[in-house]
Ligand binder design. Structure first.
Ligand SMILES: [Zn+2]
Length: 178
């Protein structure tokens, strides 16, 4: 399966009540060889891996002091909610930050960018206008920004979340194992 290995992020743990803003708190990548999940320390590093994951699949050895012989850093289970990014999303230009906010009903994550001066940009048009008004960001292009939202893994949505679609009830795994 080409490019089949996925990168995932986990927004809030299901153990604590969702704050008003559900956002990503841990980044992880799956090793192509052993399929274990490795925690990626920074968003920047995560985005670097994600930006070329098809050409350069993630391997445990890429992380310092890590190898396929080590136990996984984190297990994919319903103790937290997992969302899977599309592969090969562009790396966020320097100084900008990409943010994702989970809707309260877990139906979707909304992507937006924050400029170095702290302005929120929510659409490609806003990015275009911003870059036009701020010629100091030369070399940064609209194509460096991508608003695709990651896929929410239905089997990891906490039980307490009410969803319009009750179809995912069959996935309910009640245990918080640790
Ligand atoms: Zn491995």
């Amino acid at each position: 399966m080409k490019g089949g290995q996925e990168i995932s992020k986990t927004p809030s743990s299901s153990k604590r009540p969702m704050s008003s803003q559900g956002s990503v708190d841990i980044y992880a990548a799956q090793c192509k060889n052993c399929l274990k999940w490795r925690v990626i320390d920074t968003q920047e590093e995560f985005e670097e891996i994600r930006s070329k994951v098809s050409e350069e699949p993630f391997l445990c050895s890429r992380k310092a002091n890590s190898s396929c012989d080590e136990p996984a850093d984190i297990e994919y289970d319903s103790t937290r909610t997992w969302v899977i990014d599309k592969p090969n999303l562009p790396k966020t230009p320097q100084g900008f930050k990409r943010s994702l906010v989970l809707r309260k009903d877990y139906s979707k994550l909304d992507a937006y960018y924050i400029t170095p001066a702290g302005k929120k940009l929510r659409t490609r048009n806003e990015i275009g206008a911003f870059l036009k008004e701020n010629p100091q960001f030369e070399g940064v292009s609209v194509t460096d920004f991508d608003f695709s939202s990651p896929k929410i893994m239905q089997d990891t949505i906490p039980e307490t979340v009410e969803q319009k679609d009750s179809a995912n009830k069959k996935f309910k795994i009640a245990k918080d194992e640790v």
